[in-house]
Design a binder for this molecule. Structure first.
Ligand SMILES: Cc1ncc(COP(=O)(O)O)c(C=O)c1O
Length: 474
């Protein structure tokens, strides 16, 4: 295909990273039939020249569309369209669907510091092999949307031990904490319901709010999490439906909210009649002490998960909510999937009793790896800055200058994937920040920082993707 055929309106929309806007423009061209299945696209260099964008932008757009299965590239024969327009579905407003790479295995040779996923510890397969009585398991009624009663009781007992008296009826088992967020945001955010979150915040919650059609208001944070002043003003002037916070190990900053701040937030929300959701998915990873439920938790909602202590592949999370909310949430759970897998829940029942030991082990491992990462960064990238997190798997880093999004594209070319700060912010703020996870083995962290150092040197000296060297695989 001649490059000029594709040029008109190929950069779609006016906000968001350029490579994603170009990817959407290319999807549109495929939808319109301008680039049918089998047609060859211009080379990265030609398209970059034609559109007046950097080659990094075109590389990013082509990579995204290859991951979606829309394009394929082969050495020597260029990049071709694989699917025909009919199969890619209608255009969806950019904000309504999460963009970027799907979670999962990084490309071969790439170290992924963008997420917090690691292989499950040995205890998972050991306890899984204990589930021998599948006959007993499969005789109970298969659809239990609220979750297995025994697991719900165990989760309730755990909350009660943490100082929040809870009954099994107040617990709904979900497919990971992500589903708990989606159910709540669907209930409170539909028809533009206003959901207040922290800025920066958890990417998956922002995506869930957009997908639910909610109006998202992201408020500034400091070293303790969401700031009281802006929250007070917002609650006074806006019909807020829901407040979503992470009081312990905020994602991405790793902040832990003080008792005084918790009390103030709880009082403000209660006074405004707004339910508060405390997402405590990362809370077991707090470095010092134990985490405590928000004072509003009895009337609000708490979200938890086994993903960070054990393994995300379990897909076991939950929400604890007052019974008045439970029936409606359970109905949404039925619509979503009729209930979580019983086999996964049986395994979760066996894992919960060892969660304290697991938390201790994870904390020790994470603090050692955080120490290593910060030491490596201080040596290799002395101009980068950060505040030490109080817990969680992430370091929230500030670059001295430049767009983190562009740097992240460049870094991928050097074999390391990082999350640019703009992804954590609905107004695409924090454009000079990166979220780096430190869950990996020490040797992997060393390789990652070495690659980041090389990528930063290239970024600094104004190299663009045209000068990129191949992946460093050592
Ligand atoms: C704050 C927060 N909430 C929810 C999730 C999703 O967790 P799950 O794997 O339980 O769906 C994550 C995952 O990183 C998270 O960081």
């Amino acid at each position: 295909m001649d490059a000029s055929t594709l040029s008109a309106g190929l950069i779609s929309g006016s906000s968001g990273p350029l490579y994603q806007r170009l990817a959407e423009g290319l999807r549109d061209a495929v939808r319109r039939g301008e680039a049918g299945a089998g047609s060859k696209l211009p080379s990265e260099r030609d398209l970059a020249r034609l559109l007046g964008v950097s080659r990094t932008t075109v590389i990013g757009a082509y990579r995204l569309l290859r991951e979606e299965g829309l394009l394929e590239s082969a050495r020597g024969s260029g990049t071709r369209v694989v699917a025909s327009g009919r199969w890619i579905g209608p255009a969806v407003p950019a904000a309504a669907l999460p963009s970027g790479k799907l979670p999962g295995e990084p490309a071969a040779g790439v170290v992924d510091l963008s997420g917090s996923v690691v292989a499950g510890p040995d205890v998972v397969p050991r306890l899984a092999s204990d589930i021998t009585d599948l006959h007993a398991l499969t005789t109970d009624f298969g659809y239990q949307p609220l979750g297995l009663p025994s697991l719900r009781a165990q989760i309730a007992a755990r909350y009660t031990r943490l100082g929040l008296p809870t009954t099994a009826e107040e617990v709904l088992v979900t497919s990971g904490a992500q589903q708990a967020i989606s159910l709540l945001f669907t209930l409170f955010g539909r028809n533009g319901g206003v959901i207040v979150t922290e800025n920066p915040g958890y990417v998956g919650a922002l995506d869930a709010a957009h997908a639910a059609g909610a109006t998202l208001l992201a408020l500034p944070t400091d070293a303790e999490g969401i700031k009281v002043g802006p929250l007070r003003e917002t609650l006074a002037r806006c019909p807020v439906s829901l407040l979503y916070v992470m009081t312990t190990c905020q994602n991405p900053t790793g902040a832990v909210m003080s008792t005084q701040r918790r009390t103030e937030i709880a009082r403000l929300a209660e006074h405004a009649g707004v339910p508060v959701v405390d997402d405590t998915t990362l809370a077991d990873l707090v470095f010092e002490g134990r985490w405590h439920p928000l004072p509003t938790a009895a009337s609000g909602v708490t979200i938890g998960s086994l993903s960070k202590l054990f393994w995300p592949g379990l897909r076991i999370g939950w929400l604890r909510a007052p019974q008045a909310l439970m029936t409606r949430l359970a109905r949404l759970k039925v619509v979503a999937d009729l209930g979580s897998s019983h086999v996964g829940q049986q395994l979760a029942s066996r894992l919960l009793p060892v969660s304290e030991d697991m938390a201790t082990a994870r904390r020790e491992q994470l603090t050692a790896r955080l120490d290593l990462l910060t030491e490596l960064l201080r040596t290799r990238l002395p101009t980068w800055s950060w505040a030490r997190p109080s817990g969680g798997p992430f370091l929230w880093v500030r670059l001295p200058y430049g767009e983190a999004e562009t740097f992240a594209q460049l870094a991928l070319g050097y074999g390391v994937q990082v999350l640019p700060g703009a992804r954590t912010s609905p107004d695409r703020g924090f454009a000079d920040h990166l979220r780096l996870s430190f869950v990996h083995e020490p040797a992997t962290l060393r390789v990652a920082v070495d690659r980041l150092g090389k990528a930063w040197a290239a970024f600094q000296s104004g190299h663009d993707a045209g000068h990129l060297r191949p992946f460093v695989t050592a």
